[in-house]
Ligand binder design. Structure first.
Ligand code: AP5
Length: 238
């Protein structure tokens, strides 16, 4: 059996703290495709104090969305890189109907077909706990959670011993704004993609491994490479 992705563009969608990054990282490793997180790219720009970072910083720290034109440009530039030619995972993009339309056009121009959208559904009380408990290692990037997957030693990375850090927007007020922005601007995309038959609803309130098993099954297409190759049977490449 050859395992392939069902779509070239996978969108990991859901509220802040739903587990988009956690699941996107695992699927990217499984299929050897890039994990494109607009949040990570913007945070990197903030750290490097580039013009993009300077423009985005205040909105990110208060939990507001960054302007569509800025984020869409960042995503398009990343998707244009050669490592995305066989597929990629979008984590946190699109987040508004304007961004979704922009992406539709981009995928059409590039002949990549329709995206597949994984919607991770998690209740808001659980989200607040996940965001409040998140800690990240600034050296290796490993993500912990003080409630669900704590490090062995308090606030220190198990892998390299670095003191763990809390994201600038993981405080109570910014979390409230992020959840409000999600409800007002991003949740309408559930209907946008459901009406197009592209949305897969996943219960995100299970262990990361259980959610991951479900997600991998949804994005994977298995092909029997023992079948003779005829019209309609794709030839296995590996
Ligand atoms: P972004 O970085 O995308 O943040 P977010 O959407 O708020 O999502 P998070 O990264 O907080 O959560 P996640 O769903 O990835 O969860 P994670 O896997 O980390 O965006 C940040 C900001 O950038 C935005 O507010 C905005 O300003 C700007 N921005 C980015 N993209 C934009 C766009 N397209 N348009 C406009 N502005 C944009 O998990 C969270 C925690 O839970 C972790 O501790 C993890 O260990 C734990 N966890 C995960 N899964 C489980 C599980 N199953 N069980 C228990 N714990 C779990």
């Amino acid at each position: 059996m050859t395992k392939r992705l069902k779509a070239q563009a996978l969108i990991f969608f859901g509220p802040p703290g739903a587990g988009k990054g956690t699941q996107a990282r695992a699927v990217a490793v499984e299929f050897g495709i890039p994990h494109i997180s607009t949040g990570d790219m913007l945070r990197e720009a903030v750290r490097a104090q580039t013009p993009l970072g300077l423009a985005a910083r205040a909105r990110m720290e208060s939990g507001e969305l960054v302007a569509d034109e800025i984020v869409s440009g960042v995503a398009a530039e990343r998707i244009a890189r050669p490592d995305c030619k066989d597929g990629f995972i979008l984590d946190g993009f699109p987040r508004t109907v304007g961004q979704a339309r922009f992406l539709d056009e981009l995928l059409k121009e590039q002949g990549r077909g329709q995206p597949l959208v994984i919607y991770l559904r998690v209740d808001s009380e659980v989200l607040a706990q996940r965001l409040g408990g998140r800690r990240t290692c600034p050296i290796c990037g490993h993500v912990y959670n003080m409630y669900f997957s704590p490090p062995l030693r308090d606030e220190v990375c198990d892998i390299d011993g670095a003191p763990l850090v809390r994201r600038a927007d993981d405080n109570e007020e910014a979390i409230r704004h992020r959840l409000a922005s999600y409800c007002a601007m991003t949740r309408p995309l559930i209907d946008y993609y459901r009406e197009r038959g592209l949305l897969y609803d996943v219960d995100g309130d299970r262990t990361p491994e259980e959610v991951g098993g479900n997600v991998i099954a949804l994005v994977t297409q298995e092909e029997d490479d023992r079948l003779p190759v005829q019209s309609g049977n794709r030839k296995a490449t590996s």
